[in-house]
Design a protein around this ligand. Structure first.
Ligand code: PLP
Length: 366
């Protein structure tokens, strides 16, 4: 008998997002202790959360019977101070993934064009298709976004352009002059969403905040997250920075208490932990250098990146992913991104990096 419920037709061919595999799940499958498995699959901070964040969460626990501050006053205030914007430029999301949903709810509909790049972050197409919007995928250039071609792809029906800079999964960074060209060239009727999930790892990032401080680009929004450099992925907290009119509209489409009180406390404290941030940057720089050196020795091609992950050409990505997993190392196969020859590995602690690279060496046999 056919299933009796009629689902929205846009959902029929919608894929389920495939996240990095959890340590516990892989350990269960291999029949080994979870402590023997390492995960370098989701670009998490290998040093863990900021100690200041953990202390703040402990302090917040006895308040868990109360609803969180739905407006996240203290967190928004601190973010606004650090970014040099006002709280009216800010909205928080349950991870920046939720900000992508706000984009969907506010400007996507059937008949609307959404422009993305080949090899873009998987959630943009999912949200676009969920909304029944028309997805325009612009071919990548050397694994990165071709921003000039993306500009040319804009039509009168285009409402959104998504650009992750740096991009995940490829780790590429768009050239500064092309970012400037893009920001200046996107027509006023098109929302330009710049996803800056990894911007804190860059030494020379293009700073788009001045354009938001003065409200001179009402169609520009930035997305950032506490999941990556701040090490708070489990708390689910990200934020959007945009014109107050955009933010006001997004406030209408979010859940009233989308950021729980522990996440608010953690994020607030993490913003003060400069030391944790510096240690994370340092660990990442050293780890990346070791990966690059070892990959050259192994004769494996990779896409250069300043981020906390690296995409590596291994031939049969699914096979190497499986072989690494057998050795207790979880990475990400890239077949779902139409990059079947690649795997993506997040930079870990020095010990994790060595273990991962030793396993990779054993597999590729050099
Ligand atoms: C990780 C990531 C995000 C955000 O993740 P959240 O945990 O939802 O904040 C957003 N964009 C890109 C490109 C990412 O890699």
């Amino acid at each position: 008998m056919a299933f009796p419920i009629t689902f929205n037709p846009t959902l029929a061919t919608l894929p389920v997002y495939q996240p990095g595999r959890p340590i516990e799940e892989v350990a269960r499958e291999l029949g080994i202790p979870a402590a023997d498995v390492i995960k370098l699959a989701s670009n998490e901070n290998p040093l863990g959360p900021s100690p200041l964040a953990l202390a703040a969460v402990q302090k917040m626990l006895p308040q868990a019977h109360l609803y969180p501050d739905g407006n996240a006053f203290h967190l928004k205030q601190k973010l606004a101070d650090q970014l040099g914007v006002t709280p009216s430029h800010l909205i928080l999301g349950n991870g920046s993934n939720e900000i992508i949903e706000f984009v969907g709810h506010s400007v996507m509909a059937p008949g609307v064009d959404v422009v993305v790049s080949q090899y873009c972050f998987a959630i943009y197409p999912i949200i676009a298709r969920m909304a029944g919007a028309n997805l325009i995928t612009v071919p990548a250039r050397a694994y990165g976004h071709d921003l000039r071609a993306m500009l040319r792809a804009i039509t009168p029906a285009t409402r959104v352009v998504f650009v992750a800079n740096p991009n995940n999964p490829t780790g590429t960074v768009a050239p500064r002059e092309q970012v400037v060209e893009l920001v200046n060239g996107v027509p006023d009727h098109v929302l330009l969403v710049m996803d800056e999930a990894y911007i804190e790892f860059l030494d020379d990032a293009v700073d788009l905040l001045p354009l938001l401080r003065n409200n001179v680009r009402p169609n520009l929004v930035l997305m950032r997250t506490f999941s990556k450099i701040y090490g708070l992925a489990g708390f689910r907290c990200g934020y959007g920075i945009g014109h107050p009119e955009v933010i006001k509209t997004w406030e209408k489409v979010r859940q009233p208490f989308n950021i729980n009180s522990l996440a608010q406390a953690a994020a607030h404290a993490a913003l003060d932990d400069r030391e944790h941030l510096q240690r994370t940057r340092h660990n990442n720089r050293e780890g990346l250098a070791l990966f690059e050196k070892t990959l050259r020795e192994l004769g494996l091609e990779f896409v250069p990146t300043p981020t906390n992950f690296i995409m590596i050409k291994v031939g049969d990505g699914q096979r190497v992913f499986g072989e690494l997993q057998k050795r207790g190392v979880i990475v990400r196969p890239m077949g779902g991104y139409q990059l079947p020859e690649f795997i993506r590995i997040s930079i870990g602690t020095p010990a994790e990096n060595r273990r991962c690279l030793d396993a990779l060496r054993a597999i590729v046999g050099k």
